[in-house]
Design a protein around this ligand. Sequence first.
Ligand SMILES: Nc1ncnc2c1ncn2[C@@H]1O[C@H](COP(=O)(O)OP(=O)(O)OP(=O)(O)O)[C@@H](O)[C@H]1O
Ligand SMILES: O=C(O)c1ccc[n+]([C@@H]2O[C@H](COP(=O)([O-])O)[C@@H](O)[C@H]2O)c1
Length: 191
Amino acid sequence: MNIGLFFGSFNPIHIGHLIIANYIIENSSLDKIWFVISPQNPFKEKKTLLGDHHRLEMVNLAIQKYPKFQASNVEFNLPKPSYTIDTLVVLKEKYPDHNFVLLMGQDNLLSFHKWKNYEQIIKYYKLLIYPRITKESQKPILCHPNIEKVSAPIIEISSTMIRKMIKENKNVYPMLSPEVFNYIDGSNLYK
Ligand SMILES: Nc1ncnc2c1ncn2[C@@H]1O[C@H](COP(=O)(O)OP(=O)(O)OP(=O)(O)O)[C@@H](O)[C@H]1O
Ligand SMILES: O=C(O)c1ccc[n+]([C@@H]2O[C@H](COP(=O)([O-])O)[C@@H](O)[C@H]2O)c1
């Protein structure tokens, strides 16, 4: 099977993530997309990061109507921070017959050359890059035969924006799936 691996903090998962994954599954040869929830991005501070299980639960709530999407907690039992190459080694060992492809937003590609063993990742895995406006969008983007840019509508939504709006008691309903909105709204999360 061809599996797209969508690695992320998903703090929280928003409709941008769903639009990206849906666009890619509908316009590629992927059979499934796995949302891999990372306990700790090596480049991000832990300050505003919600617990792993809350983030996993929200991903499960958001994808329940998408039969080709699945949540993965494979990184929960791996050392932290979450280095993608280490997870890929584990996944390849566990599922030798699957062909894995990585999905990521353009912001992540800009720092990709700083990732652990990035040359190894790019040598063995195809990267599908979803466009995104970033502060450094003028910077040249890494070119490689295994990097493919997805030509798709740009979505200007981020988890950072959503967390900030929740803190300011602003309405974030349109940016989340209703189930995720209710999960957050019924608690004190991100307040
Ligand atoms: N609006 C978007 N457009 C394109 N890619 C996105 C978008 N939102 C998230 N992504 C991509 O989805 C993956 C997971 O993203 P992540 O969970 O960090 O969301 P985020 O909105 O970037 O979060 P934060 O604002 O907390 O950094 C990353 O590869 C990221 O680049
Ligand atoms: O492996 C690395 O060195 C590395 C460096 C930065 C980010 N990552 C991973 O990239 C994924 C996207 O992170 P995020 O926080 O932008 O959603 C997440 O799974 C991180 O663990 C991985």
